[in-house]
Structures are given as C-alpha cells and as structure tokens.
Design a protein around this ligand. Structure first.
Ligand SMILES: Nc1ncnc2c1ncn2[C@@H]1O[C@H](COP(=O)(O)OP(=O)(O)OP(=O)(O)O)[C@@H](O)[C@H]1O
Ligand SMILES: [Mg+2]
Length: 307
C-alpha cells in the first residue's frame, strides 16, 4: 500500500476579518517522513497556514488533511497525529517543565504513568532535566524553545510542525537542535519547519516550499531548487595588493578593496580555472568564501523577482 501523505492542503484560502487575503488558494503536499521547509518572507502566510492546520485559525476555504484525516470531518485524529511548536511561547510561566509536559500529555489522554516516563525522557533529550522543577518563566530563551519542542512531542505525534524553532537560539544550541530534529526525522517523524535561516533549511530539509504574498511560488526538492541558481558569487582575498587591472576571461568580477575581489561564476564555470588564471598574473589567493548561502541566493532571486 502506498504511504499516506503526512499533509495535503488543497486550495487553502484565508481572509482575515479585516478582509486581508493572507492565503490566496495554496496547494501543498508533504510526504510521510519528509523533512520539509516552508520558507517565505515576513508576512508571507507561513504562520497563518500553520495556525489553520493546528485549528487555531479558521480557514475561509479549502481542505487540509493530516495523514489522510480531514480537518473538517475528523479533527480529533488530525490533532492526535500533530505536534505543533508555535512561533510565540505559549505555556504558563508559573508551571514547571515537568508539569507542562505531563498536563499536555493529559489533554491527549496519555495515562499519567506513561506521561511521566515520556516527560522524563523528553526533558533529558532536550537537556532540560536539571530545570524540570523550576518555573518555566525563569528559563532562558533557548530553554523555553526546547521546552516547546518537548511539549509538542509528548503525545508521540507523527507530524511535527515547527514555526521558526531556532529564532533567537545561539549557534551552538542551534546545531544541537538540528542534530536532534534530524535524529527524530530518521526515527520516522515527519517534520515541517519554517525558518528565516536559509542555511538551516539547506542543512536539514529534503523538500522545500516557498510561499510569498499568500501564494506558493515554488514547491520542489532542495536539489532542484539549488539548480535554479544561474550564478554564484564568491569573495576572493589575495595575499598582496591587487594590480590596477586584472584580466579574467572566465568570469565577471569587481574589485572590492586593495586585496579583495568579488567574482560571479555560472554553473559551467569552475573555481579552479579562476584561481589558475589569477596565479598566472602573480596573484595568490589567500581566502575564498561564498558571498551568500546558496539557498539564500535562490530565495532572494525568487522572492524579489517572482516568476
Ligand atoms: N489576525 C489578523 N488580522 C489581519 N491580518 C492578519 C492577522 N494575522 C496575520 N495577518 C496578516 O496576514 C499576513 C500573513 O501573516 P503570517 O503571520 O501568516 O506571516 P508569516 O509568513 O508567518 O510571517 P513571519 O515570517 O513574519 O512570521 C500578514 O500580512 C499579516 O499581517
Ligand atoms: Mg510567522
């Protein structure tokens, strides 16, 4: 039997009460066990979409199915399969992480003894065991974020949706969260993530949807998306002051300072030729870096200049 899709959204529309069309009829399919990135600029409609899937926002039109269960006719099963980590913290600051997790499990009908064991496992997994009996309000931003993830997992959902899970999280913790999410995905959990850190999407996601202005403008594999990039920019730093004129037959370039240039390479051109050509002119490359993350470049090109 073919695997059911984790999420199937058809012609989803949302007009807010003030008439604002936040979603203009989006179609989105996420396969079971995918790690899917939903990207888009501020105000694109990401949180609105997630709010509708999690029954916090009512849709205007369209259908939403989670593992084949329709949001309109089978909301109980949609909720059972779904773990949501919203963009804003929304737990009680006067409860402890242990209480928050056990209570959440209770909402889903998990027996107390099982809930206690799961809460313990998740708090350990998230590095929050030491804080289990502290008031949640006193946790740091990163700890609160991890508590939100633990809470979303306590009823063992099959689909985890995270709305900017690493916003405001420091780099080392972000890497730990990446490892953790990748491990959960490997163990069979389907994950949908929104993020503004495109290197995060590049590192984690298998498939990517880009939403802009209430419409899906791209929905494809990460690989396909990266292949849309017509050229990439690199910054080259040289050991010595650059001569006034540099001739580079293989690519376009512009001087940035006495010892740095920016070059654009298209998909047929390679960096090795460029370095050899510089070497022939007695220019030695000291450092070389990509100007921007590759996905970031595609994203900017698509969002600024939608096809
Ligand atoms: N309650 C509301 N009433 C009216 N308009 C709203 C409401 N909530 C959101 N919007 C508008 O809908 C659009 C989509 O908002 P949404 O929060 O879904 O964007 P987003 O993609 O999550 O953005 P961000 O990256 O900033 O979190 C925005 O223009 C927003 O101003
Ligand atoms: Mg949002």
């Amino acid at each position: 039997m073919p695997k059911r899709n984790a999420l199937e959204i058809k012609q989803l529309k949302k007009f807010y009460p003030n008439g604002f069309p936040a979603l203009k009829g989006i179609d989105l399919t996420v396969k079971a066990n995918d790690f899917f990135g939903l990207l888009g600029p501020n105000g694109a409609g990401k949180s609105t979409t997630i709010g509708i899937i999690s029954s916090l926002i009512t849709k205007t039109e369209g259908t939403v199915k989670v593992f084949g269960h329709d949001l309109d006719s089978d909301q109980q099963n949609v909720k059972r399969h779904l773990g949501i980590v919203p963009q804003e913290f929304n737990f009680s600051i006067f409860e402890t992480p242990m209480q928050i997790l056990v209570n959440q499990a209770g909402y889903y009908g998990v027996p107390f003894r099982v809930a206690n064991t799961r809460a313990k496992e998740l708090l350990e997994l998230m590095g929050l065991w030491e804080k289990r009996n502290s008031m949640a309000g006193g946790l740091s931003g990163g700890q609160k974020r991890r508590l939100m993830i633990a809470r979303a997992l306590v009823h063992e959902p099959k689909l985890l949706i995270l709305d900017e899970p690493t916003a405001g999280v420091d780099i080392s913790l972000r890497r730990l969260m990446w490892d953790l999410l990748q491990k959960l995905n490997k163990d069979g959990l389907t994950i949908i993530l929104t993020t503004h850190y495109l290197e995060e999407a590049e590192a984690l996601c298998k498939n990517i949807g880009i939403i802009d202005n209430g419409q899906i403008i791209q929905n494809t594999t990460k690989k396909e998306l990266l292949s849309l990039l017509p050229s990439e920019s690199f910054i080259i730093e040289t050991t010595k002051k650059l001569p006034k004129t540099i001739s580079l037959s293989c690519t376009q370039h512009q001087t940035l300072s006495d010892n740095s240039i920016e070059v654009q390479l298209n998909t047929e051109q390679n960096l090795n030729d460029l370095v050899l050509e510089l070497n022939k002119q007695d220019i030695i490359v000291k450092r070389l870096s990509a100007k921007a993350n590759r996905l970031e470049e595609v994203f900017l090109q698509l969002v600024e200049d939608p096809k």
